[in-house]
Design a protein around this ligand. Structure first.
Ligand code: ADP
Ligand code: MG
Length: 346
């Protein structure tokens, strides 16, 4: 496995489209690292620069301690899995897997051994003798992964490899991909626009927007302490309220007065829905917010509530432990403890 160091990577297409606006990022050897961001934020461009398929306008790229900024793709120990499989449809799985090895001048016997090894790792079974055009989408994606692994690169780049698959198959392949990565100890750079997928898979995540890295951290850091409104919204948060005033240890927000340590006027406070307690009726107290339930989505294991507070509203998640679940129309008090509140910049 190799580490990857990116320093000041810039990329512009034509005159106006800035794809990367100075990316500084270090990925550790053996890490499952995810680039997360909306469509058009520069994920594919960054991956193509790592692969050597695209040249940065400015900046340095070091892979495994070696400066590869000027090196062509074949001089880098890097392989890529794309969303579209890029397999040869009329060849068998076995022939597809052996192709890259053949191009590298690997002899027939060694090719066969390596193909058998990776077929075993990905548990391809009798699929190895089928033609690609006889396979389903999910099977093709597994073959694309196998083909990228068979050349034993130090780094594997994966550009939204699971996006085209349906939900069930997708979570199955997420587990499989993670298992393979942990077993091989290879460095994976994984691209997705799906924050749930990023959280499940990654050791660490970099959130990108408009060619800029917004935040780098573990899934828990990114989800629980997003540093700005963009990251918070992208991670699925909705309970974000502008701080309009601070007085002593209290701040004023659209949902009411909150006691919290950090956070000043112009910043935002995030109230995670799962940190709220719901009490029936209106109860006075610090960080007690009175409201009325306007919506309840019963999800079996838990219920999701929308609660009107003044002119705004708030989401709360309540685990279903078999107790009474309040219903639409009920007057409730939301209770949150100060240490669960997160402040962030705009
Ligand atoms: P993502 O993979 O996150 O969706 P991309 O890296 O594909 O984003 O694109 C980043 C930005 O660069 C977008 O604005 C896109 O339109 C632009 N871009 C990417 N590739 C090209 C290209 N070959 N020519 C012109 N613009 C491009
Ligand atoms: Mg892309």
């Amino acid at each position: 496995a190799s580490s990857i160091e990116m320093k000041g990577l810039h990329k512009r297409f034509g005159n106006d489209a800035v794809a990367l606006n100075g990316v500084d990022l270090t990925i550790r050897a053996g890490e499952f690292f995810t680039l997360l961001g909306p469509s058009g934020c520069g994920k594919t461009t960054l991956l193509r620069i790592l692969a050597g398929l695209e040249e940065a306008d400015d900046g340095t790229l070091i892979i495994g301690g070696k400066d590869v900024t000027e090196e062509p793709p074949h001089r880098r120990s890097v392989n890529t899995v794309f969303q579209s499989y890029a397999l040869f449809p009329h060849l068998s799985v076995r022939e597809n897997l052996a192709f890259g090895l053949k191009m590298r001048g690997v002899g027939a016997q060694e090719r066969e051994a390596k193909v058998a090894e990776v077929a075993n790792l990905i548990q391809l079974g009798e699929l190895v003798d089928r033609r690609i055009d006889q396979l389903s989408g999910g099977q093709r994606q597994r073959i694309a992964l196998a083909r990228a692994l068979v050349c034993e690169p130090d780094v594997l780049l994966l550009d939204e490899p699971l996006s085209a698959l349906d939900a069930g198959l997708r979570s199955q392949l997420q587990v499989e991909l993670l298992r393979v990565q942990k077993r091989l100890g290879m460095t994976f750079v994984f691209v997705t626009h799906d924050q749930q997928e990023a959280m499940v898979m990654s050791d660490r995540i970099a959130v990108l927007n408009d060619g800029n890295i917004q935040q780098i951290g573990s899934p828990r850091e990114i989800y629980e302490t997003p540093i700005n409104v963009f990251v918070a919204r992208f991670m699925g948060h909705d309970n974000l309220y502008a701080i309009t005033e601070r007085e002593g240890c209290r701040v004023t927000t659209p949902v009411g007065t909150l006691e919290l340590e950090g956070g000043s006027e112009g910043e935002f406070v995030l109230i995670r829905p799962e940190t709220l307690d719901l009490k029936l009726g209106h109860v006075a107290g610090t960080n007690h917010l009175p409201g009325r339930i306007t919506e309840r989505l019963y999800r079996g294991s838990h219920a999701e509530y929308r609660i009107a507070i003044g002119a705004t509203s708030l989401q709360a998640t309540v685990n279903n432990r078999g107790h009474h679940l309040p219903d639409v129309g009920d007057e409730v008090t939301l209770v949150v403890s100060s240490e669960d509140l997160v402040t962030l910049s705009e």
